[in-house]
Every structure is written in C-alpha cells, then in structure tokens.
Design a protein around this ligand. Sequence first.
Ligand code: IPD
Ligand code: CA
Ligand code: CA
Length: 265
Amino acid sequence: MTPAELHHLDRQVVGWLDESRKRIRAAMAAPVCVQTKSGRNDLVTNVDKANQRFLVSRITAAYPTARIEGEEGSAAKVSTLAGRVFFVDPIDGTMNFVKQQAYFAVMIGVYEDGQPVYGAILDVMRDEVITGGPQLPLTQNGVPLPLVPDRALADGLLGVNAPMVINNRFNLGQVALASAGPRMTGSAGMEFLAIAQGQQVGYVSYLQPWDVAAGMAFGQAFGLQVTRPDGSPVDLLTPGVVVAAMPRAHAEILARLTSDTFVRR
Ligand code: IPD
Ligand code: CA
Ligand code: CA
C-alpha cells in the first residue's frame, strides 16, 4: 500500500471501530444473550456476532477483493495468506465483557501476502484506540505515543495466560516470577495495548490468529518481538503459543522457556 492508501485505511478502520464502540455500548443496555462454544470458559454473545457482521460488511464494501478471517465468522476459513487479509476479533475478552462489562477490545489486523500492514485495537470502555504498523507510527486516538521502553524482564510486568502459568507450561510460572510481576487480564487485545502504552514488558499466551494479528502488526511500529517459544515466526494460519515482548525481555523470556507441548484446557 502507498502511504496515502495506508492513511486512508487507518481513517476507515478508526471510523469502523468508533461505530463498533457505540453499537456495543448501546447493546450493553439490554440483556446480553450468552452461549458457550468449545467449553464453559469459551463464550460468545449476540453482541460479538452482531459486531462481526457489522465489521465484515464495512470491510467487504471498502475492500471487496480482500479476504476476512473473523472469530465468529460463518464464512470459510482463510487457508492461505496470499493477497490482502483482514483478521477480525469483534470482541476480545468476551468473558470480561460478560462478567465485568470492562477490559475487552475490538481488534483488526491487516496483512498482505502474510506480511503485516496495519493493526488497530480499541479498548471499548476507555474509548482508546491504538493503531500503527511497519510504515505507520504508533498513535493513540490519533496522538503519537512515546517510545516504548525496552526494559529487562525483572523491571517489567508480564501478561500471562492463566492455565499456562498455573500449570507452569513451558516453565511460564518461573518466567513470570522472574518479571516484576505477572498480570492476567483475560484479553489478548488489552495485553497488547498495555505493552504499547509502556505498562507491560510482554505477554505470553496461547492465541488464535485473530488474537495476535492486530498486536503483531502495530508492534512493528515500536520494535515489539512476536514469535513462538522457540523463536520461530508466528504464522497466522495456525493457533499456538505466542511470546510478544520488547527485545530485552523477549530474549530473556525465550532463554527461560523450556520446550513443552501446550494442551488447551
Ligand atoms: C480470548 C482472550 C484471552 C485469551 C484466549 C482468547 P476471546 O479471546 O484473548 O485473553 O487467553 O485465548 O481466546 O475468545 O475472548 O475473543
Ligand atoms: Ca472474540
Ligand atoms: Ca480473542
């Protein structure tokens, strides 16, 4: 994309996220219909589904040839990363949405031939949207964010996935103890926002492509390292364990992680 096309994409996505925020806030005034998916901790609501439909309609109208991988999608899954792909998580942190009415996000990541182009994450209740990419600066509500500090693991808070840390998968319990302190927000989007805002040094979790796409793309604006535990690149066709951290902490985390097989619980 040219710089002008990127700027246009940014304006469009920020507008769609603002509409999403208003729709979600309005929907919260009525009782929410909650269903389980793979298990009792895996929820979807009528609001997730409606926001996915809304975002897909906007993306399709603006970029008819792009493909869309959305969490609550009914369309066929994306099976290659060729061309332009939008990754959409209409509500990230649905458990928080249902139980806390806070700490949930909407995420859109845009990739071309598997390469990150653009990421946007909205904290719905705080009305904060962070955007950026390899060719776009990191901004919050349109204002450039300060440089994200490259702290040592011991000096930064580390976002962690609850089952992984409780079960010490990949030695993550010990890694968390080596940080300034572990944090578990229950929303990948909120974790990426915290890193971009300099509040956390990293995040380790088992993630689906739509959980990581936006953060990995805007992370390119500030040197965020996003890999698998063995240091290999994250491919957006498969779920898996993701280590997202600033460079110093990322190297320390990888050195402390052991090989393991993650079993989702
Ligand atoms: C979940 C959240 C959570 C992460 C899970 C995700 P969802 O997304 O990001 O933090 O640990 O793996 O599935 O289902 O609420 O969109
Ligand atoms: Ca979701
Ligand atoms: Ca999610």
